[in-house]
Each structure stands twice: as C-alpha cells, then as structure tokens.
Ligand binder design. Structure first.
Ligand code: HPA
Length: 274
C-alpha cells in the first residue's frame, strides 16, 4: 500500500530535481545563531520551501525557509535555512520531512544545530555543546505509524545516534581552532513555552545537559534512514530556574547571534573534514 509520508518525500525530491541535479554529501540544519551561515557557502542554487509541494514552512520570525545548495570548501552541502518546529502545529512527520528529503537527495551526513537552554551548572550562556546523546521522551517519536521500509527498519537501534567519528572530528577541530566546546545530552521538549524551573530540575535529574525544542526528532528520522548524524547546540541562555533571569525569545535570539561567528567557524572547519 502506498505510504502518504513516503510519497510526500518523493514529491519534494522530484520538485527539487526539476531545478537542480546537485548531489550534496552533507546536510546542515541551521539553528539560531547560524542565520548568516550562507555567507560561508559557495552557493550554486537556492530553492524556497514554498516552491515544494506540501513542504512545511516556518511561522517563526527569523526562520525564513529555503534550501541552499553549494560548497563549503570542496564539500557539496545542502543547507536548511529555517526549519519548522513541532510547536508550530505541524505533524511530527512534517517536522522530519526535510531531513528525509535531504537524505533522499544523497546526503550521507546530517549536521544539526540549534539554540538550547543550559541545564548543566558547568555551562555558561554562549557556550557551544557537542550533542553526544539525547532524551526524546517528551515529543512524539517521528517513526510512529506504519514503518516505511524504504527508509529503514521497524525498531531502529538508538545506542549510537551521534556518530562517534564525526564527534571526534568536531572535538579535534574545536581544539585546533581554540574554540571551547562542552559536551552533553540534549533533551527535546515541545515548547513553545519555555520549561518551568521544576521541569528543568527534572530534566537535570534525568541526565539532560541542555534543553531545546528541535533536533532530536530529526536525528531519529535521519538515523532510521542510515544517515551519520552529529549536532551542536549553542547554549543561548541558562534554562529557567538555573539563574534568576526570565527568558524571552528575543534574548535567546540575540545571545545565539552573538555566538554566531564562532559557531560558523567551527561548523565550516568541521564540514571541510567530513
Ligand atoms: N528552553 C527550550 N528551548 C530553548 C531554550 C530554553 O531555555 N533556549 C533556547 N531554546
């Protein structure tokens, strides 16, 4: 029986293939702080999400959406400028559709980035955190529903979602470039409200080092399809209750933008080695 989600991915891939035959190796999802990342890319083609049938388009200010195809050094990349979040009301299958499309275009590696609230008390706002594992239990699993065998297996192993070799490259690259890189577990919550202090304490007890509203579902869908996944969070703020500061989207955006140049430098240097 035809699977609607599978067909939607294929329709998007076909629409892209009418515009470009570009073959990306690395897919990069740009989170807050990497809004200007396109400047690092030798751009060959851009496709607004709104040109793709059924493709989810973000409603969040600062997340305007398009695919950018081009080169970082010699490495062919597809970049997502803007992503949709579950809290916008899209089904989780739409939230992970872009990752599936990028894999279907040929990308072997998915590099996820985001802004997150720091939970680990050794973190500071402005830190970068290499994601080494995740907690996804507070958002729907993107693989719920009939398994799409063309994508992957029914019960995929999640013991090593964040590729060990890519993590080593990222850590070595940070060291070489004298960029401080923390490491830890990222928990995805639904948002859009920020977590309460009690929720943040709970997440800390569960082992989370940072919390955000994206990334994990994309990582699960990409890993299901056999992509090599890695991710970095920009700790734009300490999570609620860790400090006495109230949280606002504007402050998160500003803090993430401040980290932007260092974040860009690290992502670029890593992608050249992938
Ligand atoms: N919580 C959830 N998501 C976030 C945060 C936070 O504190 N900061 C940036 N994204």
């Amino acid at each position: 029986m035809a699977n609607e989600i599978y067909e939607k991915v294929n329709r998007c891939v076909e629409a892209i293939r009418k515009v470009t035959d570009f073959q990306p190796k690395v897919a990069i999802t740009l989170g807050s702080g990497l809004g200007n990342y396109a400047e690092q890319i030798d751009i060959k083609c851009e496709i607004p999400y709104s040109d793709l049938p059924g493709f989810p388009v973000s409603t969040v200010p600062g997340h305007a959406g398009k695919f950018i195809f081009g080169y970082v050094g010699d490495v062919p990349v597809v970049c997502m400028k803007g992503r949709v979040h579950y809290y916008e009301g899209y089904p989780i299958s739409d939230v992970v559709l872009p990752a599936r499309v990028m894999k279907s275009l040929g990308a072997e590696i998915l590099f996820l980035t985001n802004a997150a609230g720091g939970i680990n008390s050794t973190f500071d706002a402005g830190d970068l955190m290499l994601i080494n594992d995740h907690i996804s239990l507070f958002v729907p699993n993107p693989l719920i529903g009939p398994n799409i065998d063309e994508f992957g297996t029914r019960f995929p192993d999640m013991s090593a979602v964040y590729d060990k070799e890519l993590r080593k490259i990222i850590k070595d690259t940070a060291l070489d470039n004298k960029i401080l890189l923390k490491e830890g577990i990222y928990a995805q919550c639904t948002g859009p409200s920020f977590e309460s202090p009690a929720e943040v304490r709970m997440l800390g007890i569960l082992g989370a080092d940072a919390v955000g509203m994206s990334t994990v579902v994309e990582a699960i869908a990409a890993h299901h399809m056999g992509m090599r996944v890695c991710g970095i969070s920009c700790v734009s703020n300490m999570a609620a209750g860790i400090t006495n500061e109230p949280l606002s989207h504007e402050d998160v955006q500003k803090a993430a933008d401040k980290t932007g140049p260092m974040f860009e430098k690290l992502v670029t240097a890593c992608v050249k080695k992938f």
